[in-house]
Design a protein around this ligand. Structure first.
Ligand code: COA
Length: 143
């Protein structure tokens, strides 16, 4: 499995992964994914085909993980761990002292993953994903 920076030509594979990982109401639409691919730091995991990706950006000294997807058949092998590490390294190299992210309170798998990677629950964000759909803000110091 190779981790590399995402490129414009990865858009179809990234979109397919986003649709495989999130329900229609939660998946980012194509125009948002396309715009993020042009502006955010994107890393993809590839073993012949794209197995997953992560997108994030730097904002005022803080890094932010925007989205992280690993195809269902590629999970449980450390792909997400490697993708997040690549993004954190990139953000730190550009001055981020910490990283934050939002995750749905009922996404227990992702909350477990981020906890294993050193992220801590910082706040609960009421109705962040729509009425009654709360999120957790999780943060991690990078130094
Ligand atoms: C969450 C997700 C990214 C995990 O990807 P993955 O490649 O299977 O994760 P990894 O194999 O790198 O796991 C890294 C660590 O997190 C833990 N972890 C990962 N998924 C887990 C789960 N569903 N339940 C419990 N722990 C989990 C692993 O046990 C592992 O811990 P360890 O290395 O200390 O043993 C993947 O399930 C996914 O794409 N889910 C749908 C999209 C999503 O929810 N994205 C996050 C949105 S904020």
């Amino acid at each position: 499995m190779r981790i590399r920076r995402g490129a414009a030509g990865d858009l179809p594979s990234i979109l397919a992964a986003e649709r495989a990982c999130f329900s229609r109401d939660l998946a980012f639409p194509e125009e948002v994914v396309s715009s993020l691919l042009g502006q955010a730091a994107t890393f993809v995991a590839e073993d012949g085909e794209i197995a997953g990706f992560v997108m994030g950006f730097l904002e005022g000294g803080w890094g932010k993980v925007v989205t992280l997807d690993v195809l269902p058949e590629k999970r449980g092998c450390g792909v997400a761990r490697r993708l997040v590490a690549a993004l954190e390294e990139d953000l730190a190299s550009r001055g981020a002292g910490a990283v934050g992210l939002e995750v749905a309170v009922d996404n227990l798998g992702a909350i477990s993953l981020y906890s294993r990677l050193g992220y801590r629950k910082a706040a609960r964000l009421g109705s962040y994903y729509g009425p009654g759909k709360d999120a957790l803000l999780m943060t991690k110091e990078l130094r």
